[in-house]
Design a protein around this ligand. Structure first.
Ligand code: PGA
Length: 251
């Protein structure tokens, strides 16, 4: 059987309060009854998890980060053990916005190992800042994949999701949107890196960076994407559901 496609919404530090959050969450949840072939994950701020763990039926809960130790003296951090009690199954690790705050491949590797040990699905984000004629961005992505997955067994790597998110295509200030063709080049390359170094070929690779209802079909058709990681559009129930329906109905 073909693997289910996956859509992972990244709410980042939004919305402002629980009332707004609950409205978006329920508007999405109540429209997923007919969705059978697509996994829907929402990675929401920690403070909404308690409430959402009681409301979620179809939506699988995710977090946007976690700390690679159990309880210890680390002010402000959240452990995987804590997330477990709120039905969280997925954790975004190595998002470019966290890398910009100083997180490096070594720390992300520790977090991925800890997540896998605790039965979470890590969503490893990789992606270059700029594109160049000489294709140096491929070496950059190779280094991210290899260093973030260093020392992890083939069996465990098969449990992760890789999100290719070119930084130049993320958010309101993006330079331009990426094309299905650009995603395809990088996803093939990531598969080659995974195969060469870890002898593994079946890791889902999804696309993130200005994902909208207007461009998902292109990534599915031309890029053969295994799924998507929308940011802004996951906070708008209507647009998010449009994306879900396009993916669900894609043959
Ligand atoms: P965007 O964010 O869809 O708003 O560009 C994607 C992301 O940063 O994960």
């Amino acid at each position: 059987m073909k693997n289910k496609k996956i859509i992972i919404g990244n709410w980042k530090m939004n919305p402002k309060n629980l009332k707004e959050a609950e409205k978006i969450f329920l508007d999405i949840e109540k429209n997923l009854l007919k969705i059978k072939k697509t996994k829907i994950v929402l990675c929401v701020p920690y403070v909404y998890l308690d409430r959402f763990s009681k409301l979620s039926k179809k939506i699988i809960l995710g977090a946007q980060n976690a700390f690679a130790l159990s309880s210890a003296a680390y002010t402000g951090e959240i452990s995987f053990d804590m997330l477990f009690s709120f039905k969280v199954k997925y954790v975004i690790l190595g998002h470019s916005e966290r890398r910009n705050m100083g997180e490096n491949n070594f720390e992300i590797n520790q977090k991925i190992k800890y997540a896998l040990k605790n039965n979470f699905t890590p969503i490893l984000c990789v992606g270059e800042k700029d594109r160049d004629e000489s294709h140096a961005y491929l070496d950059f992505i190779k280094k991210q994949v290899e260093e973030c997955l260093e020392g992890i067994s083939k069996n465990l790597i098969s449990k992760i999701v890789i999100a290719y998110e070119p930084l130049w295509a993320i958010g309101d200030s993006s330079v331009r949107v990426a094309t299905g063709e650009e995603y395809r080049e990088v996803s093939i390359y990531i598969r080659k890196v995974l195969n060469d170094k870890f002898k593994i070929s079946n890791v889902p690779i999804i696309y993130g960076g200005s994902v909208h209802p207007t461009n998902v079909l292109e990534f599915l058709k031309e890029g053969h994407a295994d799924g998507f990681l929308p940011g802004r559009d996951s906070l708008d129930a209507k647009r998010f559901l449009e994306i879900v329906n396009i993916v669900e109905n894609f043959k």
